[in-house]
Design a protein around this ligand. Structure first.
Ligand code: ZN
Length: 241
């Protein structure tokens, strides 16, 4: 499987006029679909290389889709949940610190602004005003010291669900012609090639590369993966068949 892009990066506050440098939802969605496409396409070409009946290819593709989508969802859930627990523990520590040592925390917040080049007097005034409301104070500290918005932490269930769906959509592509009655690999090959190119071209939107370069690169990488498994299937299929 390709290395997947987990959604656990710390959030960068939105800055209106900039391109979303994290790629927003598009990036993980396309990478998830590409993962599903490459892994299932390679898996299926592997068994086709072993010269099995198309019913076995369909079964393999379905099992590959289910196994991969569940594995991606479980991985993403664990990744986001553990990141979230870590952040929540840090926020709790900050909350405790704020109640125990409010003056020290006020000075600490002022120091954050001084370090960024604000004059000390003004920095203390900004820190004081931002700390006027106790509920807001924790939010300000979490943002400035941890780089997170405590009211907007990523949900592990959403992350798991979207990983599952994206992988499944990609994995369905090479399987679709077989489900519709195809008996040779050719339609799946063409559809997968188109899917690989399209995914690569869409990724170019967030990498500032040209769409055809990105599309071709993805096509070559996916093709290489499928070529390797086809060869393995052919070699091993010859041995055990
Ligand atoms: Zn603090």
């Amino acid at each position: 499987m390709l290395e997947h892009e987990a959604g656990q990066h710390p959030r960068i506050p939105a800055a209106g006029h900039h391109r979303d440098v994290n790629g927003g939802w598009l990036r993980p969605a396309v990478f998830g679909a590409m993962d599903g496409l490459v892994s299932n396409f390679a898996l299926m070409t592997g068994v086709v290389g072993g010269a099995v009946p198309s019913s076995t290819v369909v079964l393999t593709g379905l099992a590959g889709l289910a196994a991969g989508a569940c594995s991606m969802a479980a991985g993403e859930y664990t990744s986001v949940a553990s990141q979230r627990e870590l952040v929540q523990a840090e926020i709790e520590a900050e909350r405790l610190e704020l109640s125990r040592n409010p003056h020290g925390e006020l000075a600490e917040l002022a120091q954050v602004y001084i370090d960024r080049g604000v004059e000390p007097e003004l920095a203390h005034e900004v820190a004081r005003q931002l700390s006027a409301d106790p509920d807001r104070t924790l939010e300000v500290h979490a943002r400035e010291e941890l780089g997170v918005d405590p009211n907007d932490l990523p949900s592990p269930w959403v992350a798991a669900g979207s990983s599952f769906v994206c992988f499944a959509v990609g994995a369905l592509l090479p399987l679709l012609p077989y489900l519709l009655g195809a008996t040779s690999l050719v339609p799946a090959l063409l559809l997968s090639a188109a899917g690989l190119f399209a995914c690569g071209a869409v990724v170019a939107r967030v990498t500032a590369r040209s769409w055809w370069f990105s599309g071709l690169r993805q096509l070559l990488l996916g093709g290489a993966a499928a070529g390797v498994t086809y060869l393995l299937g052919w070699l091993i299929g010859g041995q055990i068949g």
